[in-house]
Design a protein around this ligand. Structure first.
Ligand code: ADP
Ligand code: MG
Length: 144
């Protein structure tokens, strides 16, 4: 799948749509979404719509200094984890943050910005979204 968005509102909308679909899914492990793409490509903007679609009222900001933030979700889900791996040097740094437990819990939804930096520790079933800056207002979002 591939879409072009012409402004940040459309990118948020794409995030919201994905969240609404994903909420219905029940899996055996956490749902993991990997977001790849350069600074300003729209990863955080997408996750603002996504978190809204999950029913999170707080505005999701890039957790640049803390690696991840955790938000409560309503049943049957438990938590949404928003990771930003911009400052991560090695994938195994995630393991010291309880990564294995987080992704093993089927009640978690996990989104990872700069996922290309930690690809070795992402589960096989990860949904990968690649964001590309086309011009000032246009972004391409591809799903793999
Ligand atoms: P990232 O998290 O990938 O670094 P952000 O979502 O934080 O990117 O930033 C994207 C920036 O680009 C925002 O300032 C946003 O307003 C702007 N922007 C312009 N057009 C778009 C678009 N089509 N989709 C998403 N963001 C856009
Ligand atoms: Mg970001």
């Amino acid at each position: 799948m591939e879409i072009l968005t012409e402004n940040s509102k459309e990118t948020k909308k794409a995030g919201l749509t994905l969240a609404k679909k994903i909420k219905q899914t029940i899996a055996e492990k956490a749902l993991v979404i990997a977001l790849e793409g350069e600074l300003g490509a729209g990863k955080t903007t997408f996750l603002q719509g996504f978190s809204q679609g999950l029913g999170i009222r707080e505005k999701v900001l890039s957790p640049t200094f803390v690696v991840f933030r955790k938000y409560a979700l309503s049943s049957p889900w438990q938590a949404f984890y928003h990771f930003d791996c911009y400052r991560i040097q090695e994938a195994k740094e995630l393991l010291t943050l309880g990564w294995e437990e987080i992704i093993a819990n089927p009640k978690n939804i996990v989104a990872v910005e700069w996922a290309e930096r930690v690809s070795q520790v992402l589960p096989e079933e990860t949904i990968t979204l690649k964001f590309t800056f086309i011009n000032e207002t246009t972004r391409k979002i591809e799903a793999f």
